[in-house]
Design a protein around this ligand. Structure first.
Ligand code: BG6
Length: 515
């Protein structure tokens, strides 16, 4: 979106580490296919999957094709487009700490440059657990594959970029260690820290809503806002990712990144320009002022949960502790709900309710801003009338849209008031399907535009917030898990927590602003 014309995507070889994991099949290759289908993928772009499992090029392509059939937004795939792309997909087997394997990779990349005219342009995409990131960077560097250079999109053969999938580290210390390895080997301009939420259309629209309209800015502050809720709820459970999730938990998996990204975009000051660093400077300022609950406040203001056995839509579901790859006595949280404050001039005193959870009643991501009540005079003083505060809800997904709740007179001879919603649904306003986040983000990497990626200080400050909570949990007795049933909105205390602090919480659903 931002300054798009300055960043023309260029052909290169994309090397995906961790290619036998499901991100490549589910997201990356469907995104490349859809770009190719729209004529947006630079001609000659090639993909090399690098992984430990032995696979031939042919078997790799079959896997990718299968992923496309199951996960692409435009199905069935058009044969001509897929064949064209498949011919440029290859697989390279290798361990992450084997110098010879990096030597073989180098030779292969040089071959591909000859075949496709990719002129040495490289994107290394690290879709691997955080503990193997540093070994991969060292391996690439030792093989002469990692050079510190500035991207210069107007000349051929000069870009080298590295994409880091989340989670970037697992706490503040490990993120800092990773950053210092990166610092020794690359310029920050070559580094793309992925948070795919930033590529979602509705997330990009947050800045447009705020800064391309004049009516919101002067009420976007503590004088007018009473509370803000940011919710990322999923019906899904582990989906085969139990091993990863059990050592991660929802605070690291979703709150530290996706939820905080939504929060900073909602609350940052207007940036000086739309340049990547101008936006990131403002997000960083918010994170510097974000106060994590500590000590006694942590007990009062943070709820963690883990799902037990139960059923959703009639299907019997295992408890989290029974999921494949999860320890039977695991204390990993699958739900977190907390209240935080942003101690700056604009937001001082406004409570921010942040929550994320698996196996909840619905899959939805939304941000809801509740405004202050009208004074207790006129309609606000009428007997039997309970005026609810105005509320602006940004429905990030699914059912994307924006709605505003306000009071209106019920037609008739009596003076009755009722709340109604004014709604803008994406689906009917813009019939064309939105691109997937990964399409936008891969194109941005190919063009060297890092506006929709997280910067080093941003990620570290987000970890500082999350690590404060994780450390606090260490000092508390282990929770009494499981404490919520699949298909609910989390532990029962969530409802009380939200009801206690938000007078007009939408019981029985504390996390979702209803329409
Ligand atoms: C990922 C998390 O980052 O985001 C997953 O690791 C989660 O646990 C996913 O399911 C949600 O993404 P989306 O785009 O489906 O909301």
């Amino acid at each position: 979106m931002f300054e798009a014309d300055r960043y023309r995507p260029e052909r290169g070889v994309i090397v995906v580490f961790g290619a036998s994991g499901d991100l490549t099949q589910r997201k990356l290759v469907p995104a490349l296919y859809n770009l190719a289908d729209q004529g947006l993928l630079p001609e000659g772009t090639a993909l090399v999957g690098y992984g430990r499992s032995p696979l031939t090029d042919e078997a790799f392509r079959e896997r990718l094709r299968d992923g496309l059939d199951r996960h692409s937004r435009s199905r069935p795939a058009r044969a001509a487009v897929w064949d064209g792309l498949a011919r440029r997909c290859f697989y390279q087997q290798g361990a992450y700490d084997d110098p010879e394997a990096y030597g073989r990779l180098k030779a292969r990349l040089e071959d591909l440059d000859e075949q496709f005219g990719t002129a040495g342009n490289r994107i290394f995409y690290l879709a691997v657990p955080p503990d193997v990131v540093a070994p991969i960077l060292r391996g690439l560097s030792a093989a002469g594959l990692l050079e510190r250079q500035r991207p210069c999109p107007d000349e051929e053969g000069c870009f080298l970029r590295v994409v880091f999938e989340k989670p970037f580290g697992r706490d503040l210390d490990s993120a800092r260690r990773l950053d210092s390895v990166i610092d020794r080997l690359l310029d920050e301009s070559q580094v793309f820290r992925m948070d795919h939420y930033l590529g979602k259309e509705t997330v990009q629209n947050i800045s447009v809503l705020r800064f391309a309209n004049s009516i919101f800015e002067h009420i976007w502050n503590a004088a007018s806002v009473r509370s803000v809720r940011v919710t990322v709820a999923e019906k899904l459970g582990m989906e085969g990712r139990g091993g990863y999730f059990d050592s991660t938990g929802i605070l690291r998996d979703i709150l530290q990144n996706h939820v905080l990204q939504l929060l900073t975009l909602m609350t940052m000051e207007p940036p000086a320009s739309l340049a990547a660093d101008a936006i990131r400077d403002e997000k960083v300022k918010v994170l510097r002022c974000l106060r994590a609950p500590r000590g006694k406040e942590l007990v009062r203001s943070v709820i963690r949960g883990q799902y037990g056995r139960g059923a959703i839509d009639g299907a019997e579901l295992p408890a989290y502790r029974e999921e494949e790859g999860v320890a039977p006595d695991s204390d990993t949280e699958t739900f977190v709900g907390l209240r935080a404050y942003i101690d700056n001039w604009r937001w001082a005193g406004v409570p921010f309710y942040l929550s994320a959870g698996k196996r909840l009643a619905e899959t939805l991501t939304q941000v809801a801003i509740e405004f202050k009540e009208v004074p207790g005079v006129l309609f606000g003083a009428m007997e039997g009338v309970e005026l609810k505060p105005n509320r602006l809800t940004l429905r990030i997904q699914p059912d994307e849209g924006v709605s505003l709740r306000f009071a209106t007179k019920v037609p008739g001879l009596r003076l009755d008031l009722r709340d109604v919603e004014m709604d803008f649904p994406y689906g009917s306003a813009f019939p064309a399907a939105s691109p997937e986040a990964y399409e936008r983000l891969l194109l941005d990497v190919m063009g060297g535009n890092s506006a929709l990626f997280a910067r080093r200080d941003e990620v570290e400050l987000a970890w500082q917030f999350a690590t404060g909570i994780l450390d606090g949990w260490q000092e508390q007795p282990p929770p009494d898990f499981p404490n919520y049933a699949p298909g609910t909105w989390g532990p029962i205390s969530t409802e009380m927590f939200f009801a206690e602090h938000t007078r007009y919480a939408d019981a029985p659903n504390p996390l979702k602003a209803g329409r």
